[in-house]
Write a protein that binds this ligand. Sequence first.
Ligand code: ZN
Length: 548
Amino acid sequence: MKSKLLSIKIGLFISSTFLLTSCFKGKNVDLIIHNARIHTFNEKDAIFEAIAIKDGKIVEVGAERQILNRYTSDDEVDAGGKDIYPGLTDAHGHIMSLAKKKLGLDVTGARSFDEVILRVEKYQARNDCKFIIGRGWDQSLWSTNEMPTNEKLNQLFPSIPVCLTRVDGHAMLVNDALLRKVNINSTTIIEGGQIILKDGKCTGILVDNAMNLVTNSLPSYSKRDIKNTILEIQNELFQYGITGVHEAGIEFEEIAYFKELIDAKKLDLNVYAMLMPSKKNIEFAKKKGVYTYKNLLIRSFKVFGDGALGSRGAYLKKEYSDQHAHFGALVTPYDEMKKIAFICKSINYQMNTHAIGDSTNRLILDLYKMIYATKRDHRWRIEHAQVLDPIDFKLFSQYGVFPSVQPSHAVSDMRWAETRLGTERMKTAYAYRTLLNQTGMLAIGTDFPIESFNPFLTIHAAVQRMDIDNSPSNGFQMNEAISLNDCIKGMTTWAAIAAFQEHQLGTLEKGKDATFAIFDFPVGTSREFRQNYAYMTFIKGKKVYTTE
Ligand SMILES: [Zn+2]
């Protein structure tokens, strides 16, 4: 009897020690990060201190002791109380355009046309190109505030073709040598574009579709150069904690660039690529359907509704305030857009249409209405949604349309947008608060390389409605400001939903990708712009960037 009791006691002792040690040792995981402020963006917007990660997924997020008691890992990071957010997504960017911009001449920020010319001369002296390609000029930064003309370029480069694209990518300045090469003269007629003349002669300014003739004749960069530059860009994105980009329009050939970099295990960035509606891309989409290739997801088309406001290509309901009888124009004919919409509907693709002017926005909202009738949760997007007739805002919620906006545009355009639109229309332009109130969600991006992809500039523009110089001092149209939390959700949770990736990305919760960034400084906002960087960036549990 006695010995039986003893053996039971010993048994109890053994099993409880075993329990204790196994509890003490915890479950083994690949990575534990603790002593952090982890903004989970779960339903309760909970903030926790620690996170356990295994096989690229989040095992658990919770209180410091809870995680450290339950799990062990050879790889533990003490985050020193820093902020952790889900990896940021730029919901509208152009990696390919930025790569090409980096490979060519950059004239961004030039404060006069003379400075542009000077940069072209210096660039050519160094590179001795047979074809000069540059990008980034913006006449609204010059005291003249007028579109440039090509005389100086003709004098300097009588036989070498020169092509300088405006910062917004919707206009370019080319010299006569290039106009001759592509057979453009003062009598050429272009649908959905303009060849600007002065005294009956080409000025060298081509707007929207008029640029296509030139774009098709530009020499292409080598695949190797482009791929290396994409990796350079990836690293710059990681430095800001950006782990994903919605690539707003790629050509068929460019799909291969991303796939090859993924195969070489060099591209970790999540790329949600929207296809340009070319014949080859439409064939691709019909054949492949919703297409996932590791971290590349393709299930949408990007369509250009109209041009940009800066080059007066945005299509407005009423004439431009600074150009009589000018309305801008559609760059893709309506029937063509309708055709693409039906293709998208039939293959379960999303349609993402660039719409700047109020007229284009209304046309597209009405076009999307037909899909809403059959599919409530279609998530078709309007990219930019920049100028809206007040009576059209409600259509976003009525037809379930997802606005994809770029707050940096508001504070870049504020200097001249009112000249184009007049006071009344200006009140409902760059109206992110009103859009958010309609839909409850915004996808937020930058449209890089038109703007910098620095997400802290986006936060400053969205929340303080100020540019990098903290101007204007009381904020631009403050009634349209959004909160810091909503702005970050636009770059995380809502961006994931806007790309059908919410099962995997956008919040830090059990089962989702361990894709997040630890930031150097507390992520906040103030009337003084404060720069911030990622201290470490992780994608699927892999450390892709660190300052250490
Ligand atoms: Zn864009």
